[in-house]
Design a protein around this ligand. Structure first.
Ligand code: NAG
Ligand code: NAG
Length: 466
């Protein structure tokens, strides 16, 4: 019945758009879970020039994705409800089932309404025909229509504007690969005692287990489409000429991401004027990079190669392949975006999380030597990488976020590399802007930095006393 509903929704989407052909599949995993997958190809506007085509496609995709995502989320929710109360097992199944049917009907209507809006948007876009690229870029800066943020007049003089490479390659395709994976927590954890006491964590550095995450505070909003996803960073152990006030930012939508923006302090960051722009010698992949001890550590585009770029000398000091790591959409976080390899810094130093074929998609954590990028130690968790939205390290423990788009997400698992054990958590985490593409911890400030749908936000946290 559930699969039928999903298929019905899928075909509704196809009818309403008349041009996209999403594919739907249901597979049974080895451990008995049902995996519902939904894949939508990037649409083409064959008659348009390249930039105009890309922009139109991006808009269309964003609108479409939102509708699709909501439908899938609510279906996922219902799936869980039905799994928790399967017909026949509950004492009074009938009213529950009827309630579900009513809700399904309401949601279908709602979905149809949204799709109608999308159609209107498409009509509007086509009515504009195919303006030349420059015109379209201008328009996107000033448009402020759905999915494209507006640019204030103050920001028009901003130096980091207009230097982007606009030749998109299947814009948004990765992100469109939504997937609902229902994994009961009890089946996820295959080993380990969750509550074994920690023994060797650095107690002096104020370490502990994450207990609470505050509300996001917004510091900056990207002013055009290349800033829908990105990463913003501080250096917990800065090297001169930088200090703990310095901030860096990379917009990561596009095919050839090389600009690293540097800001002297939060004030400059909020005003949007970079102090310096570095051109990286190698392009960057996705939102997994970190800044640590004066270097930017990042994944080279289309590779499993990690690079250490020293800002002082503006050179790549070290390059090292991450053995067997999946990349380019093999084991990404649930939102896609080629987030297969994610670097992290905590009180203990530099880490990287990824997955391998041997680990069958489970999150693998490696502690790295920050000078050489050599792997010091590796742990394989039982947390499926594609089933979580993001992750970060605090005091040698990996924390995972269950959703990138739910307003009320939760930190759902913790994997302690000191005890090799997984713990189920339920710590509320707000995705205020409903598209969280980066979540990192800063051990110097004990705060979480995130990039949520154009917005650069920060969260207070509380750790337990060990
Ligand atoms: C933009 O990207 C294309 C394709 O990746 C590349 O060939 C071109 O050199 C880039 N242009 C600039 C200005 O970076
Ligand atoms: C945890 O796993 C690591 C890496 O596999 C191993 O070296 C270590 O001995 C394990 N520690 C415990 C407490 O089981």
């Amino acid at each position: 019945m559930i699969a039928t509903s999903l298929l019905a929704l899928a075909s509704l989407i196809v009818e309403a758009t008349g041009q996209l052909s999403p594919t739907f599949s249901r597979t049974l995993s080895r451990d008995g879970r049902c995996i519902y997958s939904f894949t939508v190809p990037s649409p083409q506007e064959a008659s348009c020039s390249e930039a105009a085509e890309a922009l139109a496609a991006v808009r269309e995709l964003q609108t479409y994705r939102t509708a699709q995502q909501r439908a899938l989320e609510s279906l996922g929710e219902r799936l869980r409800l039905l799994e928790a109360n399967p017909p026949g097992e509950s004492l009074s199944p009938a009213p529950k089932q009827q309630g579900e049917v009513r809700r399904l009907q309401m949601e279908k209507l709602d979905l149809l309404r949204r799709l109608e809006n999308m159609k209107q948007e498409n009509i509007h876009l086509r009515a504009k025909q195919c303006p030349d690229s420059q015109q379209t870029l201008q328009d996107s800066h000033q448009g402020g229509r759905q999915g494209v943020s507006s640019l204030s007049s103050r920001q028009k003089t901003q130096p980091d504007r207009g230097v982007y490479n606009w030749s998109f390659e299947n814009p948004g395709y990765q992100e469109l690969k939504s997937e609902i994976t229902e994994i009961p927590a009890s089946r996820l954890i295959q080993r380990g005692d969750a509550d074994r006491p920690t023994t060797t964590l650095q107690q002096s550095s104020g370490c502990g287990m994450l207990e609470w995450v505050g509300e996001p505070v917004t510091f900056q909003k990207a002013d055009n489409i290349v800033g829908k996803y990105g990463v913003w960073m501080k250096d917990p152990e800065p090297a001169p000429p930088h200090n703990k006030e310095s901030i860096w930012r990379i917009n990561t939508v596009g095919t050839d991401i090389r600009q690293l923006y540097e800001y002297r302090d939060l004030d400059q960051f909020m005003r949007g004027y970079p102090n310096k722009v570095y051109m990286l010698p190698e392009p960057i992949e996705s939102t997994g990079s970190v800044i640590y001890r004066g270097s930017l550590y990042y994944q080279k585009r289309r590779s499993r190669t990690l690079l250490r770029y020293e800002m002082k000398t503006e050179t790549i000091l070290v390059r090292k392949d991450l053995p067997n790591a999946g990349y380019r959409g093999v084991y990404p976080y649930s939102w896609g975006g080629y987030t297969d390899i994610d670097l992290a810094v905590d009180e203990l130093g530099l880490w990287v999380t990824y997955s391998t074929n041997q680990a069958q998609g489970a999150i693998v954590i490696s502690k790295l030597d920050s000078n050489t990028l050599e792997t010091e130690q590796t742990w394989t968790t039982a947390i499926r990488r594609r089933s979580v939205a993001n992750s970060f390290m605090i005091c040698g423990t990996l924390y995972t976020l269950n959703s990138y788009s739910n307003h009320n997400a939760i930190i759902n698992f913790a994997y302690n590399t000191n005890t090799n054990s997984t713990k189920v958590l339920n710590i509320p985490f707000e995705n205020r802007y409903r598209y969280n593409s980066m979540t990192d911890y800063n051990p110097a400030e004990k705060k979480i930095l995130a990039w949520d749908n154009f917005n650069m936000v920060m969260y207070d946290i509380r750790l337990s006393k060990v």
